[in-house]
Design a protein around this ligand. Structure first.
Ligand SMILES: [Zn+2]
Length: 273
């Protein structure tokens, strides 16, 4: 797209000369590049796992530079303070300390940007734009539910094929859980919601976006079913709490990040275990 041609900003809907906004926040993209330079052979594996650097060019300077970049600042602080921003996460749990409102705004923003690159679900995000930009009208639990969980590590001896390149990341405990980022969506067979996925390293966020008109009761039942059937280790995040103890289930980072080449359907890995 020619940068000089005005477009309508995806957020404030004003006509604007667009700026370039990374789908994967720039600090995460830079972090992945560092990891790539430290692991010989990482690039070939990563190409298959995460794909290239996607950007969107339909965001104005005010939305991008003043509002959305604040959410990336929060995200960077969040991942740093929770010790997620490391090459290899070798712990078996995470005491996840967070501000639910900022986390939800950041995840929705990232997911919305990604959804505009493939037109998958962009329309679902429209009503949450005031929330993403300014924290206005926080979504109710029959609109958005966010579940946190962790991808399980592998032991060094369990690495096979292409993944052998990560061997050198192992510390004394021998666990490997390298840092990738994945933004996408889950299977589309849920009756009342669309499942969007955002992953940073081992940290998996499952975002349930309920269809308009879904009652609080149905939303609650469907949330419990997802937890029971697909994510028994998952923790329901809430504006009432700032901490959640996250533990890995059976699905490993290879299940989440490894299976697909082009399109992102991370959580389908869960169905195969
Ligand atoms: Zn704008």
């Amino acid at each position: 797209m020619n940068m000089d041609v005005p477009v309508i900003c995806a957020y404030c809907k004003q006509e604007t000369t667009p700026t370039r906004e990374h789908v994967i926040p720039a600090f995460l993209y830079r972090f992945q590049k560092e990891l790539e330079s430290n692991v010989v052979g990482w690039n070939e594996v990563a190409e298959k796992m995460i794909g290239g650097e996607q950007t969107v060019r339909d965001v104005c300077q005010i939305c991008n530079g003043l509002k959305l970049s604040l959410l990336d600042d929060y995200g960077k602080k969040l991942l740093t303070e929770n010790c997620i921003l490391k090459q290899n996460y070798d712990k078996l749990s995470l005491d996840f300390n967070h501000n639910y409102e900022f986390l939800a705004r950041w995840l929705l923003k990232i997911s919305f940007n990604s959804s505009r690159t493939d037109n998958a679900h962009a329309h679902l995000f429209e009503k949450f734009i005031p929330f993403m930009l300014d924290g206005k009208n926080p979504p109710a639990k029959n609109e958005i539910v966010i579940i946190g969980s962790l991808a399980a590590p592998l032991l060094v001896d369990e690495l096979q094929g292409d993944y052998e390149v990560f061997r050198g990341l192992a510390g004394a405990c021998g666990r490997i859980n390298p840092f990738f980022v994945r933004i996408g969506y889950g299977p589309n067979n849920f009756k009342s919601y669309t499942l969007r996925i955002v992953m940073f390293g081992p940290l998996l966020f499952s975002i349930l976006m309920f269809m308009p008109g879904t009652s609080a009761g149905v939303a609650s039942i469907e949330t419990k079913q997802l937890l029971k059937q697909l994510l028994p280790e998952g923790a329901l995040l809430s504006s009432k709490r700032s901490r959640a103890l996250l533990k890995p289930g059976k699905a490993t980072w290879v299940d989440y990040y490894g299976a697909q080449v082009t399109r992102v359907r991370a959580i389908e890995a869960l169905k195969m275990r």
